[in-house]
Design a protein around this ligand. Sequence first.
Ligand code: PMP
Length: 380
Amino acid sequence: MIYLDNAGSTIVDEEVLKLFIEDNTNNFANPSSLNGFGMKENYDIVNYKRDILNILKLNPSTYDVIFTSGATESNNLAILGYARKNKNKGKHLITSKIEHPSVLNVFKELEKEGFDVTYLDIKEDGTIDLDYFKSILRAETILVSLMYVNNECGCVLNLEEIKDIINKSNNKKIVFHSDLAQTLGKEKVNCSLFDMLTISSYKIHGIKGIGALIKKRNIELEPLVYGGGQEFNLRSGTLSYPLIHSFAFIVKKYTKDFEKNYAYVQSLYYFTFDELNKINGIKVHDKFKRHCPFIINFSTTSKESSIVVEALSNKEIYVSTKSSCSSKLKVISHVIYELTKNENEATNSIRISFSKYNTIDEISVFINSLKEILNNIKGR
Ligand code: PMP
């Protein structure tokens, strides 16, 4: 098998798996219990939170970590929770047109609740027009939510400049949230740009079912889940010590090797980029000012990408696309459409995404198979 869908999910690190099994045997207490077993776990969890904040260079006396089930829940808690709790301060919210559905669909929901949402265009070079951004800030703006690395094409948004504009505006109540699900461990970012940030474990070889919303302590949110009051009363439910421990472990392990992984994946990226560009009928989406090398997106301009992806799958080469052969529905990539304004390219886009475990040999097999498939498909 050649697995090139690492932005979708990654293989779990062996040490993480071992730890998870040990913890399920040795640390199975309820961390909210007031007996010694539970209290010891609670003490550890406080330290794991501090470890994560230290790794992200965030001050533990300013930021809190709220463990969730993953990035979707963190995005929901940040955006719904903040908007609903603070609607008396203003009802204007800002996001972009290329966000993940776990952000976009939350804003759609808030529109039904009477909020006014601006969906920012993203330029072909993967950046936000700064003058336009400046022009839409209002006294009623309370929240800006923008991702750093985009999950479909790998473009890196110019959030440093956006933060600068927010800082210089007269409106001091704007809270800046970022979905860093594809950024953590894959692109260097100054996390202190953000008042709230979303991270997830399984994009960096951790286990599925655990993520976090990190937020400044003074920010008030309305909970999505009510119950026993865990996680500052923002996310009730018994904490999973094994998942939390595994998450803190992989964040530490993965980010320690950041430079090495980044340089290695960048070499895979350059090789793939050059090879893809040599193939007729392929357009690589790479006009970005900044590009995270873990993700590369291209369109099969004269063939249906769903057929190409299925043929690759038949050879056990796994990549990702929006459209599917089995459903007759043509699903357009909202991200590629936003960047290219080209319906054909957006319908026939393919994402490949790397991990440190991929090799140049694998990429060569993928490229040769792709060429063969494109030659063999009759018609579109
Ligand atoms: N945001 C981004 C940018 C993502 O790539 C993903 C996962 N594809 C999510 C949010 C949702 O993450 P999760 O599956 O952890 O809820």
